[in-house]
Design a protein around this ligand. Structure first.
Ligand SMILES: Nc1ncnc2c1ncn2[C@@H]1O[C@H](COP(=O)(O)OP(=O)(O)O)[C@@H](O)[C@H]1O
Ligand SMILES: [Mg+2]
Length: 328
């Protein structure tokens, strides 16, 4: 992964066995002997000497540091040992939400989703868009509190939000096999054989950094089953695309499958952009309405913010709990 083995002691932390791995990192259990507590140490993959990966590393570390919240796994330190970049994080012992077999009981699905949205509200308030909300990026504490991890695809919007547009061609997107894992970045411009284009030329908002400067051609990054239509088109992540991902997570928790489960991998991008997501049938109407609005194809038809989603979800949950009580 990093070209060298993982040390037994790093920066004063004992390094134990592997906790998990994803597309960008390998995560180990660690121990801080001074504070006598466990930590999680995420080593960033470093396959080649890419400045992009260094930027990602700093971006991920700073995004987590900006947001301190009960539903976000905290960061204690970011460091570098030779070629290895690592993050020392709050250790969350209950495993990922993806390890729990869906469908879940409605009450549990709602309470977990509310926790995730609370975390997102905190992120968005600090200008951080998560960009990769999905069950494997939601860990549970041993008391069942959900915590968002993995800010590797986060976008820091700061206070600057330019609406500059430029013409971007979404070519043949080398769609990867259907997977719940993140796929490698795909350039949203000038790819492949135009006869196989899934979409024609479209105008998109330019990806911008905090100073309002364009960062060049957009990379399409994310996890297919949780990616909003505009992400497939090449837009960068926004609070609305995070709300879409929450809708897909809640749908999965209640229905037992993702909204476009039956669609073949090669058709997913087109389906997500052209067909309305199916309505959640196992959810009560109030909850199904919240999910439907989260999964609206047009970002402006979704919740205007994570706060708005939170309020609606809390109300729908309260109605559900009241109905349940009245039946007993
Ligand atoms: N803070 C943590 N506490 C416990 N386990 C963790 C923690 N962070 C990550 N993991 C484990 O490592 C896996 C990969 O971590 P993640 O940050 O999602 O990496 P990637 O960016 O490669 O997807 C997670 O799914 C989880 O199993
Ligand atoms: Mg991950």
């Amino acid at each position: 992964m990093t070209g060298r083995s993982i040390p037994e002691v790093l920066d004063g932390y004992q390094v134990y066995g592997e906790l998990g791995e994803g597309y960008t990192g390998q995560v180990f259990l660690g121990h801080d002997p001074l504070l006598d507590r466990h930590v999680a140490i995420k080593f960033l993959r470093r396959d080649k000497n890419s400045p992009y990966q260094d930027q990602q590393f700093v971006k991920e570390a700073r995004a987590i540091a900006r947001v301190q919240h009960r539903n976000i796994a905290a960061i204690y330190r970011a460091g570098r040992l030779d070629e290895m970049r690592y993050l020392v994080l709050e250790y969350i012992s209950g495993g990922p939400l993806s390890a729990i077999k869906a469908p879940l009981a409605l009450e549990q699905a709602l309470s977990l989703s509310l926790g995730v949205v609370r975390g997102l509200v905190a992120c968005h308030r600090r200008g951080v868009v998560h960009g990769d909300v999905k069950p494997s990026n939601i860990l549970l504490t041993r008391h069942g509190v959900p915590k968002l991890i993995d800010f590797g695809l986060s976008v820091y919007r700061g206070s600057c939000f330019s609406t500059m547009t430029h013409s971007l061609k979404v070519g043949s997107l080398c769609i990867p096999p259907r997977t719940s894992r993140r796929f490698p970045p795909v350039l949203a411009e000038g790819l492949g054989d135009s006869s196989k284009d899934m979409t024609s030329e479209i105008d998109v908002t330019a990806d911008i950094d905090a100073t309002g400067t364009e960062r060049g051609p957009r990379l399409i990054e994310g996890t297919p089953d949780y990616m909003a239509p505009e992400i497939w088109k090449g837009f960068s992540a926004t609070p609305q695309s995070d709300c879409y991902a929450v809708g897909a997570v809640l749908y999965k928790l209640i229905e037992g499958c993702v909204p476009f489960e039956d669609v073949m991998a090669n058709d997913l991008a087109t389906a997500v952009q052209c067909i309305d997501a199916p309505r959640a049938t196992k959810a009560p109407p109030e909850v199904a309405d919240v999910i439907a609005r989260s999964l609206a194809r047009q970002p402006e038809e979704r919740w205007s913010s994570a706060e708005a989603l939170y309020v609606a979800l809390e109300q729908a949950s309260a109605v559900e709990m009241l109905l349940k009580k009245s039946m007993h």
